[in-house]
Design a protein around this ligand. Structure first.
Ligand code: FES
Length: 158
């Protein structure tokens, strides 16, 4: 084989390699784009829930160290007035979902189902509850106490 012929064969091999490389790369890019689009279609984007601000109390309505049971936006809660400020806690026990009771004389929430006990801030004192009562975001503006809850619920002050 002459040098010229050898160079032509080598040049053709390089061209084929480059063509194959671009061909395979193009297929992979197209497959990646298709897969990404398919995944976006199958697994919809998770959007954060829309929140709404709901009036739950006038600032001096609940004395410090007391809690008021309410149903707000379809959820049973307690509006608690602590020395540090207001809290809104779910009335649903984190163990198996029973309704807790406020015991002002003992300054605690009590779950009658399995004797779970929570502090006024919702943290667990004793019993089987695995975690604190769910707490909602509270805001005090112009002497009024508001809670932020998911918008899917409807309702208001009870
Ligand atoms: S459900 Fe409340 S302690 Fe079990």
């Amino acid at each position: 084989m002459t040098d010229e012929k050898k160079n032509e064969v080598e040049e053709e091999g390089r061209r084929n390699f480059l063509a194959n490389f671009l061909y395979v790369g193009g297929i992979l890019a197209a497959l990646g784009g298709f897969t990404a689009g398919l995944l976006r279609f199958i697994i919809p984007e998770k959007k954060p829930p829309k929140m709404q601000e709901i009036l739950v109390a006038h600032f001096n309505e609940i004395e410090i160290g007391d809690a008021k049971p309410m149903e707000v936006a379809g959820q049973k809660v307690f509006v608690v007035h602590l020395k540090e400020g207001y809290r809104v806690l779910s009335a649903i026990c984190t163990h198996l979902g029973c309704l807790v009771q406020w015991q002002k004389e003992n300054q605690r929430f009590y779950c009658p189902c399995h004797k779970g006990k929570y502090r006024p801030d919702g943290t667990v004192i004793s019993g089987p509850p695995p975690r604190p009562l769910e707490s909602f975001r509270v805001e005090v503006k112009n002497g009024l106490v508001y809670v932020w809850m998911k918008q899917k619920y409807t309702g208001g002050l009870v």
